[in-house]
Design a protein around this ligand. Structure first.
Ligand code: MLT
Length: 260
């Protein structure tokens, strides 16, 4: 693990392999460990950059953040490690929300996009209100509140209990301040459906067939809005495709990167 200060924040990240760069953005409230199984299959052809977003994993937390903060942190990280080449951005779920913002703010740095188990729509007012309430609860009672609520929804029915438990523990260990900041950031995130027609770089949309958090219909909306996109669905897979079906997603991303 490497650490570097980006925008005043101690940021944890890994870089693996060499070749054209790929930036991996994990979901909420997860960590770069989400991408651990991508290293062996993909590092032979590409430089894989895997940070922890601020307030998650081993990166320092702040009490507030927005999608813009996360996106600018990532651009700052690329600068700090001297990565000047445009990147393929791979974002899962909240990582996809950040990827949309990264595209809006730093589009000359984007060579391609992979949206995994994510959606383009903003929160409804009710959902946003719920996020703010949960953020307050997390600050009072800890991250377990979110871990316990999310765990039953994350995985397909056939996922092994040990895998589900591993990720419940990772979510519980995320600092409450980072979890609350991310909840508030997601609540006010912009609607990215308007961004879809502006995306003209090669794009891969991936979704687990049993994803109930960002279901296949959301993936179809992203695919329908981006003329340069392709859509792949993974059977027997929920919201956590990189750890539920690592070989499948690595093959899909690997083929995409070769053609990109
Ligand atoms: C995620 O997996 O990143 C989040 O659950 C996404 C969300 O809550 O909208």
């Amino acid at each position: 693990m490497s650490q570097i200060t980006v925008n005043g924040i101690q940021t944890a990240y890994d870089v693996h392999g060499s070749g054209e760069p790929v930036l991996f953005i994990h979901g909420f409230p997860l960590s770069r460990r989400l991408w651990q199984h991508m290293v062996a299959p993909l590092a032979g052809r590409n430089t894989l950059i895997m940070p922890d977003l601020r307030g998650m994993g081993q990166s320092q937390a702040t009490s507030d953040a927005t999608m813009a903060t996360y996106a600018d942190d990532l651009a700052g990280l690329l600068d700090a490690i001297g990565q000047k080449m445009p990147v393929v951005v791979v974002g899962l779920s909240m990582g996809g929300y950040v990827a949309f913002e990264f595209f809006r703010r730093h589009r000359d740095r984007v060579r391609g996009l992979v949206f995994a188990d994510t959606k383009a729509e903003a929160d409804t007012p009710e959902a946003a209100k719920g996020r703010h309430e949960t953020a307050a609860k997390v600050m009072a009672e800890g991250s377990k509140v979110v871990a316990d609520a999310m765990t039953p929804k994350l995985f397909a029915k056939i996922a092994p209990d040990a895998l589900v438990e591993e990720w419940r523990c990772i979510m519980s260990a995320t600092p409450p301040m980072g979890v609350a900041a991310a909840l508030k950031a997601m609540a006010v995130r912009p609607d990215s459906t308007r961004t879809l027609p502006e995306i003209r770089v090669p794009t891969l949309v991936i979704v687990g067939e049993e994803d109930v958090i960002t279901p296949p219909a959301s993936a179809r909306t992203i695919h329908a809005g981006i003329a340069t996109s392709q859509l792949k669905t993974i059977p027997d897979c929920g919201h956590m495709s990189p750890v539920e079906k690592p070989e499948t997603i690595a093959r899909m991303v690997g083929e995409f990167l070769k053609a990109c």
